[in-house]
Design a protein. Structure first.
Length: 197
């Protein structure tokens, strides 16, 4: 019974030691990248001075903190589906502008992202309305035909297909399909944004 129980961290560190020495840079990243992620999450939720918070770290640690914060802020840019998403996008993009030193490149990517957002809100909204109405009309016709085949002609029967689970499921699938083109382009721009220093 003389065996000592090791924590998961101790076991992981022992494995790392067996693989070879860990560099100081790797240790710094392990410690400070998660701190940067937490800092970005706090920044998005609270009124936080990002510059002042970064000033509390030394130069080497700050690079790792910025790396973690960049990742979280970039991931938090999404299609402006509602007011909360628009507010979150604005805050994330403002934070990234603070963290990045090449502000010209950042602004170039932002202008393309804003074009996607504008198109999504203007033409995307119209596309969704048209697709919804088309789907509704199609569903009503199918349901009406099925009811007539089943029960014969029902005079004046009004069908509410919008509350049918099959309609809702098909609408979600169609909506995802319509938004995927925007998401794909936005993901490309976010990837480009993550490479800017």
């Amino acid at each position: 019974m003389g065996k000592e129980i090791k924590s998961a961290l101790e076991i992981a560190m022992a494995k790392v030691e067996r693989l070879g020495g860990v560099t100081e840079e790797e240790r710094r990243k392990w410690k400070y990248v998660p701190e940067g992620e937490k800092l970005a999450a706090r920044y998005l939720k609270q009124d936080l001075n990002l510059v002042a918070e970064l000033g509390t770290y030394g130069e080497d640690a700050r690079k790792c903190v910025i790396e973690g914060a960049n990742d979280i802020l970039t991931r938090n840019i999404s299609l402006p589906r509602n007011d909360l998403a628009r507010k979150n996008n604005r805050k994330a993009m403002d934070g990234l502008k603070i963290l990045k030193s090449d502000r010209v490149s950042v602004e170039n990517v932002y202008s393309r992202i804003r074009r996607i957002f504008d198109h999504y809100q203007e033409q995307g909204g119209q596309q969704k309305k048209q697709a919804y109405q088309s789907l509704k009309t199609e569903f009503e016709a199918k349901v009406q035909q099925a009811v007539q085949q089943q029960f014969g002609t029902l005079a004046g029967a009004k069908l509410d297909v919008e509350n049918q689970p099959q309609f809702q499921e098909e609408w979600r699938r169609l909506q995802t399909q319509l938004e995927s083109q925007y998401d794909k382009l936005l993901d490309e721009y976010k990837q480009e944004l993550s490479t800017i220093v």
